[in-house]
Design a protein around this ligand. Structure first.
Ligand code: FES
Ligand SMILES: [Fe+2]
Length: 346
């Protein structure tokens, strides 16, 4: 395989999303036991539903008969049936019945691709296998998800832009002082600074050198085998109630080349009555303010042209942007080289 082909494959892989990762794909409340939900993940059409025991299933959204989307179908006894001619498929991708034909040979065969699913902290995660990791590694969760002393809300939004812009945005704390300068909390501190990137145990942290704890001053990315997420703190004034900083835990799902879905958990370290207070204040006061900020991100990223990446002039404060891009490049190379290696051997 000539070098150019390999680099094109790597670029395509980065652009479509890295394989061998767990991704959040929907809020728990979106997946129901009365009707299926069609979704798109890394350009693949998938269908989700909740079985009779509450367990969530995810299979390819394509009927094995003539390819109709199964997400148009209905749910029967925990399985999904195709709207077109009625084939019933289980959550494991096995054809349960073919009602239009007696003793059809498909029955009992596993001919639809199924995906591993986990439901965690109000979200449905699925594993997108890579050639090197067909089986899902154990998902490493943000430590706040595992602690009773943190309480949070999940907010999701579809942004019509490639997911790389959403990750770049998270790796670029400087934009907070400009794009969000008129917001509830992001007007504090200086508007000029230098940035640094430090290695952490499982990734890296990009932070300002001139101030910490005054504004959106740092973002930390954690990379584990099969999981990647980031977190950052937004200092809150006293008016925002107990709990100190608001911590945002972010995952970005590549939907396809042109759109992504952000999953942001807004968390505070609170317990007892402080927890109730935070939850009440969030719903009544803070949530709308946060949405205003998020909309500012969405609007500017959606307005950036898709080919701008080749025409940038990066400068010092883009060290985090550079670092996240290197991370994706390394992961994409690993995906592609393993595939090429398999092809070469076959
Ligand atoms: S296309 Fe689904 S049963 Fe025919
Ligand atoms: Fe932002």
């Amino acid at each position: 395989m000539p070098d150019l082909d390999r680099s094109e494959l790597i670029e395509n892989r980065i652009n479509n999303g890295i394989l061998g990762q767990w991704y959040p794909v929907a809020k728990s409340v979106e997946v129901r036991s009365i009707s299926p939900l069609g979704i798109e993940v890394l350009g693949e059409k998938l269908v989700l539903w909740r079985g009779d025991n509450g367990k969530v299933h995810c299979i390819k959204d394509q009927c094995p008969h003539r390819g109709a989307p199964l997400s148009f179908g209905r749910l029967h006894e925990g399985h999904i049936s195709c709207r077109y001619h009625g084939i019933v498929v289980s959550g494991e991708g096995v054809v349960v019945t073919v009602p239009a034909m007696k003793n059809c040979a498909f029955e009992g065969q596993k001919i639809v691709r199924a995906f591993e699913v986990q439901e965690i902290y109000d979200a449905i995660f699925i594993y997108m296998p890579s050639a090197e990791n067909e089986k899902a590694p154990r998902m490493v969760l943000p430590k706040e998800f595992l602690s009773d002393s943190w309480s949070g809300f999940l907010c999701t939004a579809v942004w019509k832009t490639n997911y790389r812009y959403a990750l770049d945005n998270l790796a670029d704390p400087m934009h907070g002082s400009y794009l969000h300068a008129e917001s509830f909390t992001l007007a504090y501190g200086t508007k000029e600074d230098l940035f640094k990137v430090d290695h952490t145990e499982n990734g890296f942290i990009v932070s300002r050198t001139g101030q910490l704890g005054e504004n959106f001053d740092w973002t930390e990315f954690e990379m584990h085998d099969g999981t990647m997420f980031c977190f950052l703190d937004i200092p809150y004034p006293k008016a925002a109630g107990p709990g100190g900083n608001m911590r945002i835990i972010g995952f970005v799902l590549p939907i396809n080349e042109n759109s992504c879905k952000v999953f942001f958990w807004r968390m505070r370290e609170v317990s007892g009555i402080q927890r109730d207070c935070w939850r009440f204040l969030y719903r009544t006061e803070l949530e709308s303010k946060h949405w205003t900020v998020l909309e500012q991100d969405r609007e500017i990223l959606e307005a950036m042209s898709d080919d701008v990446r080749g025409n940038e002039k990066l400068y010092q404060h883009d060290v985090g942007v550079n670092r996240i891009r290197q991370t994706l490049l390394k992961q994409a190379k690993s995906n592609v080289d393993f595939e090429l290696n398999i092809e070469g051997k076959s």
